[in-house]
Write a new protein. Sequence first.
Length: 575
Amino acid sequence: MPQLRRLAASSLYILDQEGVLAFLTLSYLAIVLVPSAVTALLLLLRVPRPWVEAQVVLVATLFGLYRIYLRGLSPLKKWIVLGAFAFSVSLALLAAGLLHDVSWDGNTYHSEAILGLLDGTNPIYNAFGGTFQLFTNHYPKVEWYFAAAMGGAFHLFELGKSYNFLLIFACGAYSWRFFRRIRLDHSASALLTTCTALNPIAATQILTFCVDGAMASLLSMLTLSSLAQLRCPTRFDRIVFVAVAAAAATTKFTGAAYVCVTLILVFAGLVLVQLRSSWSQKLNAVKSLLVTTALVAAAVLILGFNPYVTNVLEGNNPLYPVAGANKLTVISPWEAPAEFLRPNRNRFQNFAASFFTTTSETHESESPVPKIPFTVHLAEIKASTYPDLRMAGWGPLFSGVFVVSLALYLYARGWLIPEISFAILLVLATTFSNPHAWWARFAPQISLLPILLLVPCLAMPSVKVNFLAKTICVLYLLNSLLFLVLAIGNSARMTWRVSRNLKHIYEQCGPGEYWYDGNKILTRYDTLPPYRGVSIHFRRATAIDLASSVSFPISLLRDGNDTLHIDHCAVPAHP
């Protein structure tokens, strides 16, 4: 026990050092954003398949971060930090690489776009083909660039979704720094950091190519780094702000809107903070923010040349297809309860109806079922297997956690801490700038709200208030862990079924080149690595091709069925 205590104390001492946290935060972000930026830039310069170049620049960047931020540490501390960093990155790559994606979006247009990049399509100059061309050609692509750089360099497609893990780790490192800087103790900081990093949206999408979990991590860091822009931001804070703002804007179109709202509010907050300052101080503060904004715009221009610039060059709105003359309906009628789409409903009513209801996959013909906070039904547990829940998608315990957090915030007079009040305002403003914030994946930043509400409570000397606030943090974590466990379980189950079916194909016909015509279930067979010589790819086939081939019925997920084909089979097939 004494040795464990000394180890824990030593680890906490290391984590409290600015250089270590800066190294960890920027290194995790670099692993995601440097390959993405290099890929985007080299594609703009017409360099085909720049996967190796992206990894070379990444290694150089990580070495530079090591030299800048860890050079003052003792050799032992350096090894501890580098060991923890290497272990976490290995864990991210191992989990992402071994377990398959079970989401619909991940196995359809996300995978189609990544495969298009790996096949050599340059989306800046040539259009993607396939079933989901509208999405693949006109949606932001930063995570697709990263996934292609990883899959192309290491020849394992599933590695591409490791960005979810890496952004969670980056969010954790930056959050720890934030909570320690506002002078919370170690236990409170550890609880709030874990809650911030492992938010429910990131947890439920951790093993998918969906990008809403990544948005949750990026928006959490954007909110916390925005506070630093108001009071003496360090170079590290500016780098984080620029990096996460640019990444959020090029991850989803909603991210671009949220970044614009954030910049407007940060500028307004800066003006208020500097009211009593001298003119020179005011001017310097405004200059600093304008330079930061210009850097964000430049980074977005590189990472988001496609679609923002290419859309304009094609005569469309920069946000096409979600804005402009030929825009799509963002929420299809079958994706939402009918009452949510009525003309007399506003965004606040829909949000409240979704927030305080039973966690479910409610569609057009169903209405939300209100529930008492903290009550949990078996149907909610079953529904929590879906990575993009429509009703109460923040989790079955989240509404209760929010209600108690708000009550504690009011009791503790939390509005007296201006930084926290500004962060809460920022979360609410970005959330309700989106008319579809009732769907959790469109407003993942809401998951940060209870955490911010609890900060003043954990800063109070009252033992009872502290205990209750920490209990709510534990319930928040249980809510996220429910999503995490179900996500891992679903992915593991599908991975087992994939392996079983590949073994069956091998035993039926042996090694060979198999193909499929269609994508009827949630599996992209051409993303699977070769299995003992069994290679599967996609091709559009004629009726003659299909008639002359040997076919195998395959069932991989949710009892769905699809068919694989091979032109010649040495062993008679017995489906």
